[in-house]
Design a protein around this ligand. Sequence first.
Ligand code: HH2
Length: 276
Amino acid sequence: MAREFRAGKTQLMGILNVTPDSFYDGGRSFGPESALRRAERLAEEGADILDIGGESTRPGARPVALEEECRRVLPVIRRAARAFPSIPVSIDTRRAETARRALLEGARIINDISALAHDPAMAGLAARSGCRVVLMHMRGTPATMQSLARYRDVTREVRGEILERVEHALKSGVKKKNILIDPGIGFSKTAEQNLELLADLGSFSALGYPVMVGCSRKSFIGAVLGGRSGPLPPAERLEGSLACALWCASHGARVLRVHDVGATRRALRVAEALTA
Ligand code: HH2
């Protein structure tokens, strides 16, 4: 299990949700102008990748129609890809048509929370385009996922289910070098199961694919830090998110999907200096 920080090796994927209803930043970057300002800020703070999404996937979020999803994300992707040519843009979508149009606008990574399961056309698109693909673990859909959080051995089962999705991607023609895997923190998992997965994150790196993790401001952090008045709200989860980022970076994660790029980069730099 890799325990040391790998100086400069942990990439930060800055989250840009062009949605009115995301659990933390919903509404903040909803129009193209404010979304571009947020992209500029993430770039200034040192984002290595920009992850742009137009549909919230929090439990119970309303699904968005294809045209509406494209209307939200495509102008932002076009402008961000031109303004920051050295920062790859990732499209956070489960739909092949959204991903296809996003790639035409300059996106270079497909981040699919369903790991190519939601849309049968996604695997072929990923293979033909030769872009990088994030295969994230989840069960069911955002509407049903929390009722499917039943595991005997969460780490073993999540690893096995990710490997099935990797197999599907490879059989569809996606190249091994283009695959990243993600345990899907908060997706069809309870707070305790998320903690168990993170505690054993090193076993995911051992699968032989770069590991990406998204813990930023998620509800298990609110549960850990909550008290009598209930879980801590997303706005108060920065320190918990930084603790998770350092943990993940020291247990082999190669990409961290975060809202707070500047703060995470600073925390990582100190941790990296300590172990250089
Ligand atoms: N988490 C979210 C969305 N996309 N993609 C990957 N690969 N990994 C994640 O953990 C992940 C993801 C959910 O977070 P967010 O986008 O901040 O919220 P919302 O779904 O409410 O828009």
